[in-house]
Design a protein around this ligand. Structure first.
Ligand SMILES: NC(=O)c1ccc[n+]([C@@H]2O[C@H](COP(=O)([O-])OP(=O)(O)OC[C@H]3O[C@@H](n4cnc5c(N)ncnc54)[C@H](OP(=O)(O)O)[C@@H]3O)[C@@H](O)[C@H]2O)c1
Length: 384
């Protein structure tokens, strides 16, 4: 019997994986490590996340199928709960995904991951530890088509502390835990769901919609952006977790050359899906020109209230990633027999069909952009 320890079940991708697994009755026992005050509260948190993919009754029924272990993965090495001893597979998704934290993000994503790895050493039947990183550890000066093996790299020019911490976790796992059956999966940018659209989450979708509404890009329309839907990521991670033999220890979970999309194609897809919003003509602007974006943002969305001001800062930060013109090679993944993802223009209509106001969708990501204490020194934290 497979027994899976899942961290991050209450998050975007963790919920998607759990829903994928439970709906298919994959014959594994799923143990969710959840921050909660009681098992029942933890179960309700998991049910709430599953409820984004299905009706409330089914979400409750599915949540009853999992074991809840209350806990914090960053202290997993101190957690001698015997329910963890028989784990055969770990899917480690939990992370602090806020962009502007520093020590706290590193403590969670680096130190916490190593704590989980130490606990994994006391799981004698462990067959796979699937650690989920991010393709964005390549930083700002990467080649246009990024290969897995080139990163983590000491000279990567990170834009945010979050990717620094994710790169450091991978480096330390490789250096200190080669005795564990670790495989690393690095998703690119996860947006929407290929059939449920924005229902499970509007994380990052609001950025793409905001770019369309602003009619401004910080890059050429031919620039690539590597976006994949959450359900495809979930199915792929589930496959990587259980595939008995993998040729590599490191995989991009990405669109690669074929499913990455250009901004120009994306904007045409907007025009086709929302023709009433007019012909798309885009101005290219320099990200360093803060005033231009601010003025345009104020015209389109207004700048009243802290939510919109936070959204302007977040838009500027995401634009910096959008302008990188990157796609992440997925040849390894496809060679393992995994299906390629649909590209965002293919499922954009599904995302727009159940999208509300862009500003409200931004609220899904607000936590990621709540600035910590003012010591952060990354380039994009300056006041919008
Ligand atoms: N979303 C993307 O576009 C994307 C792209 C590339 C890579 N990734 C990676 O994929 C993973 C999942 O991302 P996501 O977007 O699903 O993140 P998310 O929605 O922000 O969810 C984060 C999850 O981690 C949990 N968590 C955080 N700290 C914890 C702790 N100390 N103990 C236990 N659980 C903790 C959270 O639990 P609470 O609910 O208790 O806060 C939540 O379940 C991350 O490792 C991220 O780096 C994401």
């Amino acid at each position: 019997m497979k027994r899976v320890l899942l961290t991050g079940a209450t998050g975007l991708i963790g919920g998607a994986v759990l829903h994928h697994a439970l709906e298919r009755e994959d014959a594994a026992e799923w143990v969710c490590l959840v921050r909660c005050t009681s098992i029942e509260q933890g179960r309700q948190r998991v049910a709430a996340r599953l409820g984004r993919f299905t009706d409330p009754f089914t979400a409750q029924r599915l949540a009853r199928k999992v074991e809840i272990v209350p806990g914090d993965f960053t202290r997993a090495d101190l957690d001698m709960d015997p329910r963890l001893d028989g784990v055969t597979h770990i899917l480690h998704l939990a992370a602090d995904t806020s962009w502007w934290g520093d020590e706290r993000v590193n403590r969670t994503n680096h130190d916490g991951t190593l704590a989980l790895a130490r606990r994994a050493r006391a799981m004698p039947g462990l067959q796979r530890f699937l650690h989920v990183g991010t393709a964005m550890i390549c930083g700002a000066k990467a080649p246009r088509h990024v290969q897995e093996a080139a990163y983590p790299a000491d000279d990567a020019q990170h834009l945010v502390a979050y990717t620094v911490s994710k790169a450091a976790a991978e480096t330390s796992l490789a250096e200190h835990f080669c005795d564990l059956p670790i495989v690393v999966a690095r998703p690119s940018i996860v947006v929407g769901h290929s059939t449920l659209g924005a229902a499970p989450s509007s994380s990052i979708l609001w950025v793409v919609r905001a770019a369309d509404r602003l009619r401004m890009l910080p890059c050429a329309p031919e620039s690539s952006v590597d976006i994949v839907p959450s359900d495809w990521v979930a199915a792929t991670l589930h496959g990587l977790l259980f595939k008995p033999h993998l040729a590599h220890r490191l995989y991009h979970v990405s669109g690669g050359a074929s499913a990455s999309t250009s901004w120009g194609d994306l904007m045409q897809a907007f025009e086709a899906a929302e023709p009433s919003d007019g012909i798309r003509e885009f101005t290219r602007f320099d990200l360093a020109d803060r005033a231009t974006l601010r003025t345009r943002f104020a015209q389109v969305f207004g700048l009243d209230g802290s939510l919109k001001q936070a959204m302007l800062r977040a838009t500027r930060a995401y634009y910096a990633f959008c302008a990188l013109d990157l796609s992440f090679d997925n040849t390894r993944l496809l060679s393992e027999g995994f299906a390629p993802p649909p590209s965002l223009p293919d499922y954009l209509p599904a995302c727009l069909a159940n999208s509300g106001e862009i500003v409200d969708q931004f609220a899904d990501d607000l936590e990621m952009f709540t600035p910590p204490a003012p010591s952060v020194s990354v380039a994009l934290t300056a006041r919008a």
